[in-house]
Design a protein around this ligand. Sequence first.
Ligand code: SF4
Length: 368
Amino acid sequence: MIPLQIAASTPSADPFIARLNSEGRAFELERTNGRTPFDVDLELVGSGKLVYRSASIELELKSVDVNDVDGDVVFVNPARGIAHRLVRAGSAHNTFLITERCDQLCVMCSQPPKRGHVDMFPYFEAAALLAPKGAVLGVSGGEPTLFKGQLLPFLERVLGQRPDLSFHVLTNAQHFDVDDVRALSRLPRDRVTWGVPLYSSDSEVHDGIVGKVGAFHKLAEGLAILARSGATLELRTVLMTRNVEALPALARFVASHVPFATSWAIMQLENIGYGRLNWAELFHDHSQRFEPVGEAIDLARSRGLDVWLYNFPRCTVPSDYRQLAPPTISDWKRRYPAGCDGCAEKAECSGLFEWHTDDRGFTRFGLL
Ligand code: SF4
C-alpha cells in the first residue's frame, strides 16, 4: 500500500505546509505554478533519510524514496512527527478530508464518523494552490458541508487563483439551503462536481441505509438547491443486498426526478469500517447476479444518463458492460491479486481494495 504518512522531524514547533523539490518532477512543477515560500529543496540524501531546506524551513523525512515524494505537498505535524502527503504529485487520487464528523451513520460507511474536528482549511488552501497543473482534488469527510461556511469560500478562492484546478466534492447534500444558491452559483460549473449518494427511490430504504430519519426528503431539497445553482451532479449508489433488486426502479426515479444529474455511479461495497462489519448482510456478488444492475444501466442510459461502475473488477462484469468499469479505486488502497498478472485489462481495471480479503470476494473472478 502506498503510504500517505511519512515519519518526519523538524526544529519548527508549529505545523506547516511544504512542497518537496529535488531535481526531478518538482522542477517541472516549478515551471508550471511558480516558486513559493512553501518550497523546500532537497539538501541531503542520507541513509534512510532525506533532508529538505528553505530559508525558513528544515525538514527531515525518514524511510522514503526521494523519487516517490518529489513534488509532493505535505502537511508537517511536528508534535506527532508526521508529514501527511496532502497532494501526491504523481497521483490522480488526492483527497482532502475536511472533517470526520457526519450527521448520518451509513450501514456500509468505510470511515465511521468521529466527534472531534480540527479545522484544516488554511492548510488545505495552501496545499491546493501548490497542486500540480490541471489537478482534480477530492474533498471528502465525514460530511464536508457541515462546514459549508468555510468550504464554499475555500473552493471559490482556490478556483479563482488556480484556473487550471478542479474539485470533486463528496456530500450527503443534507445541509444546503436557499441562502447557499448565490455562493454555489459563483463556483465554475465545469470545475466542481458534487458527488451525492442516493441509495433507493424508496425513502424508508434510503433512510435506513444512511441511519437518519427524514434524510431522503432532506436530500431531495439539497438536490433542488444544487439544480438551482447550476451545479454539476454525480449521483452515487453503493450496491447492497438492500437495494440491488430495486436498482431498475432507482434508475427510473433518477431519470424522471433528477434529470440534471450528469452521471450515475453504481459502486461496489468497500470491505472496511461498517462495510466489513456488515459484509455478510450487505454484500451483493454482482458476478453471480448482474441482471438488476444491467437492467438499471440500460434504463438510465436509454434516458441519456452516463452510468459508471465504480470499484468493479472488470473480469467480474459481463463483457457488454465492462467498458463502464474504469480504475476508480484510489492508487494507495488498490491491489491486484496474483491472478491479475498478465491480464490484458489490468491498466483499465480497479482491481480490489487493499483490504478486500480473498474469502470475501467475487465468485467469478479472473475469468475474462
Ligand atoms: S484479472 Fe485482475 S486486472 Fe484482470 S480484470 Fe480481473 S481484477 Fe482486473
